[in-house]
Design a binder for this molecule. Sequence first.
Ligand code: GLP
Length: 638
Amino acid sequence: MRSKNQPRPESEQFEKIKTDVYSCAGEASNQVARETAELVREKNAAGRPAVLGLATGSTPVRLYRELIRLHEEEGLSFKNVITFNLDEYYPLPKEHRESYWRFMQEQLFQHIDIPEENIHMPPGDVPRNEVFQACRDYEQAIRQAGGIDLQILGIGRTGHIGFNEPGSARDSRARLVSLDRMTRQDAARDFLGEANVPHYALTMGVGTILEARRIILLAWGGAKAKVVARAVEGPVTEAVSASFLQGHPHARFIVDKAAAGDLTRFRLPWLAGPADWTPPLVRRAAVWLSGKTSKPILKLLDENYSENGLGSLLTEEGPAYQLNIRLFNEIQHTITGWPGGKPNADDTRRPERASPFPKRVLVFSPEPQDAVLCLGGTLNRLVMQGHSAEVIYQTSGNLGVPDEEAWKFAEVLAESFPADTPDNLGRTVMRQLETKNLNETDPPETRRLKGLIRREEARAACQVCGVAKDRIHFLDLPFYEKGRYRRFNLTKEDADKMTAILEKFRPHQIYAMGQGADPASVPGLCFESLRRAVCKAQKTEWFKDCRVWMSNGTAEEWALHEIDMAVPLSPAELAGKIKAIYQHQSQRSQAPHAPEHLREAWQQAESRNRETAQAYDRLGLAEYEALEAFKLWQPNPG
Ligand code: GLP
């Protein structure tokens, strides 16, 4: 890390908050845990308590895990630590399975030696007429403890810190706030439906947070990239409450590579300092320039390059016309109707090699609908072109089935038995749903039925894509079966299942998704489990003949310059893909007239594939109906 006196590198000139980028969330969390432990020990040595401001959500989970490890294995004591949490849903009893109180107990406090009286949480269960006083008391308690030494923050997609939604003032204090629609939607899965998410929350104000002596904001995964860039490089604005951290002398962002992706030094590095013109960067620059000037690649002029900060690229690789043609060809060659390689064809410029033919292909689907959402068209082509494609469903997806959907199946099941049959799965589930406690996870029978529903949907979707039943595999990874959203934990059992499936098929081609996703999310964990298995497989002989293609899951599509293979879908193929997605009926949007980002999954997949085709068209390449995009993954150990 840079020492305090070193000047800020030129590449970071656009950043108004110091931002440290780590290769992965685990490494970054360990670093923050070390820093926290140091503070606790320092304060202890000086005979004073360390006052920590703590956050919830999936972001700090790894940090808490590491603090627990430091406590258990390295004797770090929290006896002299006082904590204040940022926020709590309102109204919500402490015991509710989604209360931040319970979250903190389960994720940290239960496992360390902090005295109960040192823990402070905004009280989500006080009566409404006492809220104002409770907030004042909370602020007062922070002051009495001497103020917060280190405040840990996450960031919401609306740019909020704590629950300071857009519109929160710089000097706002602890108070009751109304939650933004996007925040409630993000919490919908945790609360088993948006309707169950509280509308309000108690939160420290922006002003309260800014009084902390040191602040560290953590962010992981590509979904946070845009908001991180707005907070770090954009104007200070109430629209992004994290941007107020720009005015704090000791605030830092600690992010992983994916969350840093939209910072200028990564997105447009040539604007942030001298660029090292590697082939991917050249492609990125030309695609960007074409968008900026609204010109197809072959029409870009020397002056377009030089007037837009790309003079050094021209010096190295110009003149423009020559560079344009080279890039045009390069991008053209990413398009192929033969995702498994074209047998007996010259493959020197094709994304995938011609032999072996046919190929053994494994398609990994984190949740059941992901496979067809991401590569329904490609999967169908692989099968039609004679490859043996196996679809591997990593998780059962049972957490994602709404109760009303399960009810229908339970009722059908129950009715298929004579009325005097004492018990059957259908009746049991109906009873469980009738007496359902929103505070608890579904009992095993309900989860089982929900999992079976998704299996059947997956089989139906595969059938539309031409995949035979005996080529469908359900791994039901244990991390998912044993866990809950935001609190999943990969174990050796998951690793063993993933390794076994790779070993069983020894594929020539793998399709994967979830890279760059929030590492605590289902796609993030599924990707991590695959990454580990692949790293292991890299040491084997068979893997030398294997390529891994990455779909960007259901996150934002790969940027054009990142795409190594684009598979065209004819109008009929696109319709087939939509039909396949449609089979995942339990995943229909629960919200009629839903806003743009909550539209039906098939609509989102359709427009995403159409947009990729349009983007190729705008570059001046062939105009297709739709394209599915993949990036070649270079798995590196770590
Ligand atoms: C909630 C919390 C925030 C948190 C944010 C991000 O809204 N109130 O404190 O930073 O979610 O959550 P996650 O870390 O799960 O992405």
